[in-house]
Ligand binder design. Structure first.
Ligand SMILES: Nc1nc2c(ncn2[C@@H]2O[C@H](COP(=O)(O)OP(=O)(O)OP(=O)(O)O)[C@@H](O)[C@H]2O)c(=O)[nH]1
Ligand SMILES: [Mg+2]
Ligand SMILES: [Zn+2]
Length: 301
């Protein structure tokens, strides 16, 4: 029988079977461990039913994946919905850019959703619109509490399988509950002391919104490393730089210290957002340091 993994908890995989529309509790057989292949939420699988009544089975094969993400660990997704709160918690812009870069590295487009509109000021929204309006991703504002932005969300999600991603406490599960009141995802207050989310969602899970429309709730995280990226390639993830960078004096301009840099001029004129440029600079330095460190380590062995 064929099905789709909708959830995985403590070694059990919950497989939605196409044939009967029921969910089976499955174990993955040892063969996967041997091949070092772990089933992921979103995987299409073949399973053998052990007990029809009790709805248990074994996953015997993982069907080829269209793609897979490492964080969150899910497979076969069409796009990402990157959710950050406008306030509570305050957005960490550096982390936000990391999310966008990671998705693009996997060939996935992101929609950027700024949530908690109901408790944010006009100025705070405007600042985000200015910072991210030209980042290459569609941006929208929502309030899971009040329902703002839900129609627009439905429109961008329609017919696709979308993974949500974002820090803990942003309101990912709340938005999903709003989109499908039967979802019943657990949500959690943000901590009063440190103003961060409490990692309420611990496992990824697929929720059907409509026929052919699925959303994956995922655990939030607060840090994200950049992998497989050279500092020279970083600017490719900043589409709003490109229309200026072609006029920089040096063709390999990094837009940091070179003279006659059009990107820096655009920044000074307010045509490129200081937030985005600042992130670029930070991430560039990080990638540079990492390369130095890796070289040193190679020399020392
Ligand atoms: N005011 C306001 N509060 C919201 C909104 N959306 C979510 N919240 C609150 O924010 C807190 C965190 O919401 P969750 O949905 O649990 O956040 P999450 O992104 O799923 O967090 P993790 O599962 O920990 O990654 C809860 O107390 C929600 O009630 C919103 O639009 N407005
Ligand atoms: Mg959650
Ligand atoms: Zn330049």
């Amino acid at each position: 029988m064929q099905g789709k993994i909708i959830k995985g908890i403590a070694g059990f995989y919950y497989v939605y079977a196409e044939d009967d529309g029921k969910v089976y509790e499955c174990k993955a057989k040892g063969i996967f461990r041997k091949e070092n292949k772990k089933p992921l939420v979103g995987d299409n699988v073949c399973m053998e039913v052990l007990d029809q009544e009790g709805r248990t089975g074994n996953i015997v094969r993982i069907l080829p994946r269209k793609n897979e993400l490492v964080r969150p660990a899910v497979a076969n997704i069409d796009q990402a919905l990157v959710i950050f709160a406008i306030v509570k918690p305050e957005p960490n812009y550096n982390l936000l850019d990391r999310f966008l870069i990671m998705m693009e590295q996997q060939g996935l487009s992101s929609i950027l959703c700024f949530n908690k509109k109901d408790i944010a000021s006009e100025e705070e929204q405007k600042a985000l619109r200015e910072a991210y309006g030209f980042c290459g991703s569609r941006i929208l504002f929502s309030s899971a509490s009040r329902g703002d932005g839900m129609e627009e969300l439905e429109e961008v999600l329609k017919g696709k399988t979308t993974a949500v991603a974002g820090p803990s406490g942003a309101g990912k599960s709340s938005i999903i509950n709003r989109l499908n009141p039967d979802a019943g995802m657990e949500t959690g207050e943000i901590s009063k002391k440190i103003g961060r989310g409490k990692h309420t969602t611990r496992h990824s899970e697929i929720i059907a919104l409509q026929k052919n429309t699925f959303i994956m709730d995922t655990p939030g995280f607060t840090s994200l490393g950049l992998f497989g990226l050279d500092k020279e390639d970083l600017q490719g993830y900043y589409p709003e730089f490109v229309r200026y960078s072609e006029y920089c004096r040096f063709s390999g301009c990094s837009h940091l210290n070179e003279p006659d840099c059009r990107v820096k001029e655009a920044l000074a004129e307010g045509k490129i957002s200081g937030v985005r440029y600042g992130n670029y600079k930070e991430l560039y330095e990080e990638l540079k340091e990492r390369r130095k460190y890796e070289r040193k380590r190679r020399e020392n062995v």
